[in-house]
Design a protein around this ligand. Structure first.
Ligand SMILES: Cc1cc2nc3c(=O)[nH]c(=O)nc-3n(C[C@H](O)[C@H](O)[C@H](O)COP(=O)(O)OP(=O)(O)OC[C@H]3O[C@@H](n4cnc5c(N)ncnc54)[C@H](O)[C@@H]3O)c2cc1C
Length: 452
């Protein structure tokens, strides 16, 4: 397989979720592989995404557990929270994972260059240090990057890249956007005691999720003290002498006072300055690399996987795409990625999770041939903790075939429950199959098989 005409069989740009998986699998098939990484091996998920975010969610969740602890007989005296302790512990875990991912590359004999790479031709890349490298195949796995608004004072705002490194816990946080990243950080800061205001240009939060779940989340988070300003956009951000910020919004007379302003209004494929034009690689309307079903770009020797293709911006998808690419190009296997029934979650507080068609999508597809089953319940844990919040579980069913088309959950541990339910939806099980399954009692998950 090895072609001596090139320095490597595969050169991967970006050592994130997709790039590391593709490198490791390709090397396992005997390919000579190198990868370039401009920041830290592990990529967004490990270094400044899913993992550190989830650890902050865990850290902030103690607030709720401690509040509810009294009825369970616990007296917690002098409850205090220290942001630098949590921040530094999370950073330490990120270091551990960064080392583990680097070890994975080393143990699979994947050479890595800790510098930026750009494409200079169909089979060549240039490293920031000036070195030119040739490869039979190039895989672009550079991920995405936060989109910033073009407003005065934007340099005073932070993104999810910086939020993990804040010097102190902001007393007042303004968050732009109402997607999953915005609402996850809204939940974290709210639980840690900051005053949170979410500013969104429309009235819709979490586009794509079932409306009933979105409403429930809005209702609960408002009751928990998160403020929402809908149909609002930032005009400018001003820094005050004391370091605090004023956020001026279009059409609003009074600015918001903040100690941190987090912009979470979306992530764009990181294709700028990558030299894609040197290989004639076609881009889509949002700067994404256009690929076919086999991850091949318009240049036959160059492939792309993960967020840079802007299909589904999730870690497990980038990993599967990287794996399938390596299987096909180096392993002679026809591995394909299925984009059907991808489960996803929002680690808001409470969290929500979803798989398959939501009610609106099912009705659009099947008209009146849709049956909806819901369970609107107050989890035992919430009742005992004197917490009024209710969970909501929803099944979307094809009335003709009885197939469960979607499962949508909001409530404690919803993502943990959903992963198992996603297997049933992916397998095409029916509502009758759900009904035939004996409840696991007492659990919240049992609601899934008790809806009639
Ligand atoms: C705050 C946050 C929370 C998230 N939470 C979740 C979650 O809970 N669940 C989930 O599934 N997904 C989550 N995601 C999304 C997930 O992180 C991405 O979908 C995933 O990391 C995409 O993998 P990738 O391989 O495409 O790119 P990345 O993991 O982003 O890797 C790309 C790598 O390429 C490097 N790079 C870029 N340009 C160059 C260059 N020219 N030369 C060399 N290196 C370069 C980058 O530094 C980066 O390390 C989250 C993202 C964010 C930002």
């Amino acid at each position: 397989m090895t072609d001596p005409a090139y320095d490597y069989d595969l050169f991967v740009i970006g050592a994130g979720s997709g790039g590391v998986r593709a490198s490791r699998i390709a090397a396992g098939y005997g390919a000579r592989v190198a990868v370039a990484e401009e920041y830290r091996v592990g990529g967004t998920c490990v270094i400044r995404g899913c993992v550190p975010k989830k650890l902050l969610v865990y850290g902030s969740h103690f607030a709720e557990e401690l509040q509810d602890a009294a009825n369970y007989g616990w007296t917690v005296e002098k409850m205090t929270f220290d942001w630098p302790t949590l921040r530094d512990a999370v950073a330490k875990d990120v270091d551990r994972l960064n080392a583990a991912y680097t070890n994975t590359l080393n143990s699979n004999k994947v050479e890595h260059f800790l510098e930026r790479a750009t494409i200079t031709g169909p089979n060549s890349v240039k490293l920031a240090s000036g070195r030119e490298i040739t490869a039979k195949y190039i895989l672009v796995a550079v991920g995405a990057w936060p989109v910033m608004p073009e407003i005065e004072g934007v340099e005073h705002c932070i993104t999810s890249n910086e939020v993990f490194h804040l010097e102190s816990l902001p007393r007042r946080v303004v968050i732009a956007g109402a997607g999953y990243i915005a609402l996850e950080f809204a939940g974290i800061f709210n639980a840690l005691g900051s005053h949170v205001t979410v500013v969104n240009r429309s009235e819709t939060i979490l586009r794509g999720y079932d409306a009933a779940l979105r409403d429930r989340l809005l209702q609960i988070t408002m009751a928990r003290g998160i403020e929402y300003k809908f149909n609002c956009g930032f005009e400018r951000v001003e820094k005050q002498e004391d370091g605090s910020l004023l956020v001026f919004m279009k059409g609003q007379p009074d600015p918001l006072h903040a100690d941190a302003v987090l912009v979470a209004t979306g992530r764009r494929p990181k294709t700028d300055g990558l030299g894609l034009e040197n290989a004639g690689i076609a881009l889509g309307a949002h700067g994404e690399i256009v690929v076919d079903e086999g991850a091949q770009t318009s240049c036959p020797s160059i492939f792309a996987v993960g967020d840079v293709t802007n299909r589904v911006q999730l870690t497990p998808i980038a990993i599967r795409e990287g794996h399938a690419f390596a299987d096909r190009v180096f392993g002679g296997k026809d591995t394909r990625v299925s984009y059907d029934c991808i489960p996803s979650a929002v680690f808001s507080q409470p969290p929500l999770a979803s798989v398959g068609l939501n009610e609106a999508q099912a009705r659009e597809k099947l008209g009146s041939n849709v049956k909806i089953f819901t369970s609107d319940f107050r989890p035992m844990k919430n009742i005992f903790g004197h917490r009024p919040e209710r969970g909501l579980y929803k099944l979307v069913v094809d009335a003709q075939t009885d197939k469960v088309l979607g499962v949508h959950l909001i409530g404690p541990d919803a993502p943990e429950v959903l992963q198992a339910a996603a297997i049933a939806v992916k397998a095409g099980l029916t509502k009758a199959d759900f009904d035939a399954t004996v409840a696991l009692h007492p659990s919240m998950a049992e609601e899934l098989v008790l809806m009639r």
